[in-house]
Design a protein around this ligand. Structure first.
Ligand code: PDD
Length: 279
């Protein structure tokens, strides 16, 4: 596998980061993930805009223009012959002597990218639907920044893995914030699509935005509001969205069956619409 590191394309095993990299020491950096379908990037400019925003929020200058980023991503996809999967991008504040406050302004950010082959459109789990467990949301208060500090999500996803399910939905003050690496949606008995409104409490999902636009075009009623675990368990449908899952039906939450235990009709429609858009 060929990866990108600080201006070079090189084999994965040869890509090395100094131990004083602030990403390694402090998780002082941000990342992005764009999907690749049929060899093409999906909704990528929105991901690059969020990358730019995340960097701005922590005062790291964006090392590349959008055009440069796209050039690097496209090159990496071609070098790896990637047809379906993900492009991971990470920028850290760079290498400096360990000290909490920012190093001198001339410190060069570390830029890294790699690809991962993954079945996203052709994911068999989307046919049967995913099971989800809820976990406490242990994260910090700026979840709108796509920070590489992901320990709470690692713990959440491990709880999901230990329970034999695909995803964990994180809960704060009784309300679902989002999935450990996805945005949470439910459909109420009256057919209303519900997802949490954007704030610093969650990541502004790129797939979330696209799906809300599709729902609007389909004249669905949308409510951006908080919802509880109880309401989610009583929902007729549920799903989660992300670059790595697109629209993933949820068929059980904390062991309680959602709807009839198979992917709901509205969820299926939104997934099909999203796939059509992505292609
Ligand atoms: N995760 N919420 C969280 C906490 C996430 O980590 C992600 C994405 C999302 C969905 O965002 P988007 O639709 O823009 O992918 C929501 C990526 C895929 C990851 O960490 O691998």
């Amino acid at each position: 596998r060929i990866v990108y590191l600080n201006g070079e394309f090189l084999p994965l095993a040869e890509a090395r980061i100094p131990i004083m990299d602030r990403g390694f020491l402090f998780a002082d950096g941000i990342y992005e993930v764009s999907a690749v379908l049929d060899g093409r990037l999906v909704d990528n400019e929105a991901h690059l805009a969020r990358l730019d925003r995340s960097l701005g929020e922590i005062d790291i200058r964006n090392p590349h223009t959008t055009k440069e980023w796209i050039g690097l991503q496209t090159d990496l996809i071609a070098r790896n012959g990637l047809e379906e999967g993900l492009v991971y991008m990470q920028v850290t504040r760079g290498v400096a002597e360990r000290d909490f406050a920012y190093p001198s302004a001339d410190t060069t950010p570390t830029v890294m990218m790699f690809t991962q082959g993954k079945r996203i459109a052709a994911n068999p789990l989307a046919e049967t639907g995913a099971k989800v467990v809820t976990v406490p949301d242990l994260r910090w208060k700026r979840r709108d920044i796509k920070s590489v500090a992901l320990l709470a999500q690692v713990l959440a996803k491990q709880q999901a893995a230990a329970a034999g399910v695909a995803e964990a939905w994180m809960v704060e003050d009784g309300a679902v914030t989002e999935g450990s690496s996805s945005t949470a949606f439910i459909v109420t008995a009256s057919g209303v699509l519900v997802t949490r409104p954007l704030s610093t409490a969650l990541l502004p999902g790129i797939t979330r935005k696209a799906v809300l636009r599709l729902a609007e075009e389909a004249d669905l009623t949308i409510e951006e509001r908080l919802f509880s675990v109880e309401e989610a368990c009583a929902a007729t449908e549920a799903f989660y969205t992300s670059a790595s899952a697109f629209v993933m039906p949820v068929v059980a939450l904390d062991g309680k069956v959602i709807g009839d235990g198979s992917p709901g009709p509205l969820t299926r429609r939104l997934r099909a619409h999203y796939l059509a858009l992505a292609r």
